[in-house]
Design a protein. Structure first.
Ligand SMILES: Cc1ncc(COP(=O)(O)O)c(C=O)c1O
Length: 497
C-alpha cells in the first residue's frame, strides 16, 4: 500500500531501480536510481528544465534547437519563456560549430535519431558539442524520444553516458507503450537535481503511481523487452511497406530517416511546383491522409516535404496512403504547370494592348480528372500505375478581363520541356504560332473571338489541335502592336478570288 501514497516526488523507488538497469542495458547510461526523476513524459522533463533555465536567466533566455526540429518541443520551450534559436541540421546532425556565435547557454537536440530528418549526430559532432558545453558552461538536453526502434544500424549510445555532468537525458514510454501513459524519466546533471525535484513536487507532487508500478513490473518480468522486440519487427515491416510504396508511386521523392524510429521524411521532387507543403498537406488530408508538413518543423526556409508517421497503420493502409500522396503531388504539379501557362498567356497579351488579369479566385484550378474507380484501371506490365493521357488532362479557368478561358492542359512532358527551355533561355515568346495558340472550341466560339474558346497546348511544328485561324489572329495582333500597318496573313487579298 505504501506504493500508492504520495511518496517521493522523484517517483516509485522500484521503477527507478528497474529503469537504472534498463537504461544501462539499452542506452549505455550509468545512472543510480537516485539520479532519476519520473515525469509525465519528455514534455514534462522539458517543462521542468525550461522553468529552471528561465529562473537562471542566462543568455537572455535563449536555447538552441535543431532546425528542422520538433515543432512541439520548440513551442513548449517558447511557452515556458525560452527563446528557441535555430541551428541548422545537415547530414551529420546539428551543426555544432554554429552554437558558438549564438551566446546561448542551453541546447535541445535529438542526437540518436534527429527529428524529423532521422540523421544520427556524427561522432565528431558529439565530441564538439560536449566541448562547447564544457567551455560555455551550457546545458545539453538530450531528447531520446524513440531510442528503442533501430532497424538497419546498431543503436548509438546516449550522449549522457559520455558526459553526465553536462547532459540532461529525457525519455518516455510514449513510443513503446502508449503516449497516453504519460510516463517518462529525466536524468539531469547532479547540480540541477534538487531544484528539479522541487519543481516536480511543486507541479504535481509526483507522477501517478499505477503506471509506474506497471512499468516496473514489465521491466522486471522481461515483458517489456519481449514486447519491444515484437513491436520493432512489426514497425519494421510497416516501414518497409511504406518505403516500397513510396518508391513505386513517388520515385522522385527523397526519403530520409528510415534506419530508425517510427516516421520518415520525404522531400519532394521539383515537379510538385510552387505549392507550399502546408497547402499540400492540407490537400493530402482532404484525400484522407494525415501528414506533417516539413515546414512546420522549420524556423528557416528550406525544401518542402512531409513527415510521415507509420506506427499506427497497417501495411495496406500505408500503401494506400502513399498512393494518395503521390496523386496529390502529381495534381499539384499539373496545377503549377497550368498556372505558369496562364501567366505566360497573360504576359503575351500585354504587348498587344490587351489589359489582362487573372481575376482573384479564377486562377488555375485543379481537377483530378480521374473518376473514383478509375485509378486501378491502368497498369503496365510491371504493375506500375501509368499516367494515361486522359489522366493528365485538367481543366483550367482563367478570366482575362471579360474573356473567359476554360482551358484543357495536357501532354505534361512536352510542356515541361517547353517550360524548361523557355526558362533557360529567358525568352518567354513562342518559337512559332504552333507552340501556344488559342483554339476555338464549341459552338459558342463561333464569331465571338476568344469567348468560349479553349486554350490548348499544341505540338511544336504540327497542327496539334491548334486553330490556325486564331493562331494567326494572335500573331496579327502581335505584329500590329509593333507595326500598326501589318495585315492579317490569313486574310484574303481583297483583289484575289
Ligand atoms: C521529438 C519528440 N520529442 C518529445 C516528444 C514528447 O514526448 P512525450 O510523449 O514523452 O512527452 C515527442 C512526441 O511525439 C517527440 O516527437
Amino acid at each position: 500500500m505504501a506504493d500508492l501514497g504520495y511518496g517521493d516526488p522523484r517517483g516509485s523507488e522500484w521503477l527507478r531501480a528497474e529503469l537504472a538497469g534498463w537504461l544501462g542495458r539499452t542506452r549505455g547510461l550509468r545512472a543510480e536510481p537516485g539520479d532519476i526523476i519520473i515525469v509525465t513524459g519528455v514534455a514534462q522533463a522539458f517543462a521542468l528544465l525550461a522553468q529552471g533555465l528561465r529562473r537562471d536567466g542566462g543568455a537572455n533566455g535563449g536555447i538552441a534547437v535543431e532546425d528542422p526540429g520538433s515543432r512541439g518541443s520548440r513551442d513548449e520551450l517558447a511557452y515556458w519563456g525560452l527563446r528557441p534559436v535555430p541551428i541548422p541540421v545537415d547530414s551529420h546532425g546539428l551543426m555544432v560549430d554554429q552554437l558558438a556565435g549564438t551566446g546561448v547557454r542551453a541546447v535541445l537536440l535529438t542526437p540518436a535519431h534527429q527529428f524529423p530528418t532521422g540523421v544520427v549526430l556524427a561522432p565528431g559532432r558529439r565530441r564538439d558539442l560536449l566541448d562547447w558545453a564544457a567551455a560555455a558552461k551550457a546545458l545539453v538536453i538530450e531528447d531520446d524520444y524513440d531510442a528503442e526502434y533501430r532497424y538497419d544500424r546498431a543503436p548509438v549510445p546516449a550522449l549522457q553516458a559520455s558526459a553526465p555532468g553536462q547532459v540532461a537525458y529525457a525519455g518516455s514510454t510514449s513510443k513503446t507503450l502508449a503516449p497516453g501513459m504519460r510516463l517518462g524519466w529525466l536524468i539531469p546533471p547532479s547540480r540541477l537535481r534538487d531544484d528539479l525535484v522541487e519543481a516536480k513536487h511543486a507541479s504535481d507532487l509526483g507522477s501517478p503511481a499505477l503506471p509506474q508500478l506497471v512499468l516496473a513490473h514489465l521491466i522486471a518480468s522481461g515483458e517489456l523487452e519481449q514486447h519491444i522486440r515484437g513491436v520493432r519487427k512489426r514497425q519494421r515491416s510497416r516501414r518497409d511497406a511504406l518505403l516500397r510504396a513510396l518508391r513505386e508511386h513517388l520515385p522522385e521523392a527523397r526519403v530520409q530517416g528510415i534506419a530508425a524510429g517510427l516516421h520518415l521524411l520525404i522531400t519532394f521532387p521539383a515537379r510538385t511546383g510552387a505549392a507550399e507543403d502546408t497547402e499540400l498537406a492540407e490537400r493530402v488530408s482532404r484525400a484522407g491522409v494525415l501528414v506533417h508538413p516539413l515546414s512546420w518543423h522549420r524556423q528557416r526556409p528550406g525544401p518542402p516535404g512531409f513527415v510521415l508517421g507509420y506506427a499506427a497503420h497497417t501495411p495496406d493502409q500505408l500503401r494506400e496512403a502513399a498512393r494518395r500522396i503521390a496523386l496529390v503531388l502529381a495534381a499539384a504539379h499539373l496545377a503549377d504547370l497550368a498556372r505558369r501557362l496562364v501567366r505566360r498567356l497573360v504576359r503575351r497579351l500585354g504587348p498587344l494592348g490587351v489589359r489582362a488579369a487573372v481575376a482573384p479566385g479564377h486562377g488555375p484550378q485543379l481537377a483530378d480528372a480521374r473518376r473514383p474507380g478509375q485509378h486501378d484501371q491502368e497498369h503496365s506490365a510491371d504493375g506500375r500505375e501509368q499516367q494515361g493521357h486522359a489522366e493528365r488532362e485538367m481543366t483550367v479557368r482563367a478570366h482575362v478581363r471579360h474573356i473567359d478561358c476554360p482551358a484543357v492542359l495536357q501532354d505534361e512532358d512536352q510542356q515541361e520541356q517547353q517550360d524548361d527551355g523557355e526558362e533557360a533561355d529567358g525568352d518567354p515568346e513562342p518559337a512559332d504560332p504552333g507552340v501556344l495558340g488559342l483554339e476555338r472550341r464549341g459552338r459558342g466560339a463561333r464569331g465571338s473571338g476568344l469567348r468560349g474558346g479553349g486554350l490548348r497546348r499544341g505540338r511544336r511544328g504540327g497542327p496539334g489541335g491548334l486553330s490556325r485561324r486564331l493562331g494567326n489572329r494572335y500573331w496579327l495582333l502581335r505584329r500590329r502592336a509593333r507595326d500598326p500597318g501589318a495585315r492579317d496573313p490569313g486574310a484574303r487579298d481583297p483583289g484575289a478570288r
